[in-house]
Ligand binder design. Structure first.
Ligand SMILES: [Zn+2]
Length: 117
């Protein structure tokens, strides 16, 4: 049985994901690499230096999580452009359609994922 991936639908989801992540990075004052760009001022809002550090740590953690999502979306969009979307990076098998629909940026098939974890 040959399954056909709806790459147009996947691409739409991935672009939405990418745009959403970029918006969130902008909101927290980070650039696309997850670095804080310094436009958010942590100095005045918090009198306590410890609170400033905690806030900054939390923002950095969020920025890193967003950066990972952005990279995944970009990698998947690159695969759609290259015509190899939906192929497992580890074994080269086609990733199941239900898995692709659930996780558009997925990079490995369920067997390789389970083998790795
Ligand atoms: Zn695989």
């Amino acid at each position: 049985m040959t399954e056909t991936i709806d790459t147009a639908a996947a691409e739409k989801l991935l672009i939405e994901e990418r745009d959403s992540v970029l918006r969130q990075l902008e909101e927290i004052g980070a650039d696309e690499s997850g670095q804080l760009n310094g436009t958010v001022d942590y100095g005045d809002a918090f009198a306590d230096a410890g609170a400033v550090t905690a806030e900054r740590t939390e923002v950095l953690r969020l920025a890193n999580a967003l950066k990972v999502r952005l990279e995944r979306a970009n990698v998947a969009l690159g695969k759609i452009a290259a015509g190899n979307y939906g192929i497992c990076e580890t074994c080269g098998a086609q990733i199941g359609l239900d898995r692709i629909e659930y996780l558009p940026a997925v990079r490995r098939c369920i067997r390789c994922k389970q083998a790795a974890s």
